[in-house]
Design a binder for this molecule. Structure first.
Ligand SMILES: NC(=O)c1ccc[n+]([C@@H]2O[C@H](COP(=O)([O-])OP(=O)(O)OC[C@H]3O[C@@H](n4cnc5c(N)ncnc54)[C@H](O)[C@@H]3O)[C@@H](O)[C@H]2O)c1
Ligand SMILES: [Zn+2]
Length: 526
């Protein structure tokens, strides 16, 4: 499984080596190569000189635009563009927005040497090709200068250009486009992103009416960086700093937010930015979804759980005294930005709890993620971990945006966890309860012959090695079973439990009996 759907776009003037470099880069990254000119030739059923001669340059540009629109979805392709493809502003924005765009440059003299006598280049059909080349280069220089990355290829061997292109690509933020029925949105994993928020809002034509919602713990640590990042692009945002904690995730607090939005004059051309953990994301997101029937929303999650879980998937909610997350909405954020640098200040307990959700993602659908957490003595880089776990969540929510089927798999361990949290009066951290719940689910799977004893042992050991609990005896199995019966996600009176069959493979099981659940809970009593 690939972690990343950014395209890598290689563009530049004819003769700069786009096709060869793109081919080699695609090979190194093991990605599909799309050579735009070749794709157009295939679709049109004729060569480029023939298209130009028979249908004119206009028709060629139409085909090019169509292709750019398709590629802008961002499917992790390596794209070699036609030389003129990104001269068009719309094409350029589509492609730059789909990933990392690199322009290959070359001196005019060297270019002429490379292109001399090539009849397959209709743009150079002229009595004086050298002069024509100079004019074309000049005409296109402005458009090329707007491509974010450049590599000078003059006198460089192809291998070196390929190395440089790979280095640029790898240093860029990871980026995904999430498809959702309420609109697609981008998720970027980008250490240091707080500094660039303003620029990113600018390209999305957000007006200066911006409100930042944060909590009293996060704001003193990261508020200033964010405000500076906004100011750099001339945004003077209003900030609202709320008290921290789940107990504030309720309608009265949302009411305060509405008042502040009115004061700040926010409307649909502005945006609400959430700087905080899942609590802030949920609350600010719910306020943004409902204020004026929806204003643009940008979550900047600051906890590991907020990054891999609460910030994508489009669900936002607040609690009622009767239960958690009972009032909420579905929303498509404008953009989700994950600045993994903010995790440096995260308390150790929050870090560990977030790791439980990352291990969960591995068990659901990413054996490689699980394997690294299982076997490596050091924790892999945060940006890698977050990217992999996020990938799992994105895949699932894209398939089931309104939580009607497959999305239930994200609840691995959660039916047990919610019951334990209720019995503990929410005194046990959610992530720790999820860890216990996953072990219970693995026992249940093993009892039902769905998974091997080895899979059960691997899950238990990996959680334990990361400081997460794998046993629970504070409440008897019967009491946990009773609390599980109040699960919100029951269907037709039956519990739907997520059980592992192997690492990376889980199923939804509605046929589990009470005695099996109790037996699994007995096994984790110590
Ligand atoms: N909408 C969804 O899809 C979804 C999914 C999962 C969870 N949630 C919700 O998320 C909430 C839990 O989120 P959470 O675990 O992030 O809790 P949280 O938002 O309460 O954050 C945990 C604590 O860490 C502090 N904190 C946050 N970032 C910090 C940082 N970078 N440095 C120092 N301190 C920091 C917070 O102030 C808070 O005290 C729950 O309300 C849950 O319902 C929502
Ligand atoms: Zn959870």
């Amino acid at each position: 499984m690939d972690t990343d759907r950014r395209n890598l776009i290689i563009t530049g003037f004819m003769g700069t080596g786009k096709s060869v470099v793109a081919r080699e880069v695609a090979r190194a990254l093991d990605r599909e190569l799309v050579d735009m000119d070749k794709a157009i030739v295939e679709r049109a059923g004729k060569s480029i000189p023939e298209i130009f001669r028979q249908e004119g340059e206009g028709q060629f540009r139409v085909l090019e635009r169509q292709l750019c629109q398709e590629l802008s979805e961002g499917q992790g392709h390596v794209v070699a563009t036609g030389g003129g493809a990104l001269v068009d502003k719309m094409n350029r924005e589509l492609m730059i927005g789909s990933g990392t765009a690199i322009c290959l440059d070359c001196s005019p003299a060297e270019l002429y040497r490379r292109l001399e006598g090539d009849e397959g280049r209709p743009m150079l059909w002229d009595d004086d090709p050298q002069e024509r080349l100079r004019v074309l280069l000049h005409e296109r220089s402005r458009a090329y200068s707007e491509i974010p990355h450049h590599i000078d290829t003059t006198h460089k061997p192809v291998e070196q250009v390929v190395e440089e292109a790979l280095a640029i690509y790898r240093a860029q933020p990871q980026m995904w486009r999430v498809h959702s029925p309420r609109g697609d949105y981008q998720v970027q994993v980008h250490p240091g992103a707080l500094h660039h928020v303003g620029a990113l809002l600018r390209t999305r034509e957000i007006t200066p009416r911006v409100v930042v919602v944060s909590d009293e713990n996060v704001w003193p640590l990261h508020g200033q960086t964010l405000m500076e990042g906004l100011k750099a692009s001339d945004y003077t945002a209003t900030s609202v700093v709320l008290p921290a904690g789940e107990e504030h995730k309720r309608l009265d607090t949302v009411r305060t937010l509405y008042d502040r939005f009115v004061e700040a004059g926010v409307d649909r051309s502005g945006a609400i930015i959430a700087l905080g953990g899942g609590v802030i994301t949920d609350m600010a997101g719910f306020a943004a979804a409902t204020y004026m029937r929806g204003v643009p929303f940008v979550p900047l999650p600051t906890t590991l759980l907020g990054m891999v879980d609460a910030s994508v998937g489009g669900k936002v909610a607040v609690d009622l005294p009767q239960g958690k997350n009972l009032v909420g909405a579905f929303i498509a954020p404008l953009l989700v930005l994950l600045d993994t640098n903010v995790l440096d200040t995260l308390p150790e307990m929050e870090q560990r709890a977030g790791l439980a959700e990352i291990i969960k993602a591995g068990i659901i659908d990413d054996p490689e993620l699980f394997r690294r957490l299982e076997s490596e003595p050091e924790l892999p880089e945060m940006r890698w971990l977050v990217g992999r776990a996020l990938r799992v969540k994105i895949d699932v929510v894209e398939e089931d945006p309104y939580e009607q089927g497959r999305r239930a798999v994200l609840n691995l361990g959660h039916t047990f966890a919610h019951a334990i949290e209720v019995l503990e009066g929410y005194g046990l951290h959610h992530g720790l309860a999820v860890s216990i719940g996953m072990v219970a689910a693995a026992h249940l799977a093993e009892l039902r012959d769905l998974c091997s004893a080895e899979t059960l042992a691997r899950i238990t050991a990996t959680l334990r090695n990361h400081g997460l609990p794998t046993q629970y005896d504070a409440h008897p199995p019967e009491a946990i079973y009773e609390a599980m019966q109040r699960d919100k996600k029951k269907r037709a009176g039956r519990l739907r439990l997520i059980l592992p069959r192997a690492i990376g493979d889980v199923i939804i099981d509605s046929g589990v009996s009470k005695s099996e659940i109790v037996a699994a809970l007995e096994r984790i009593r110590s």
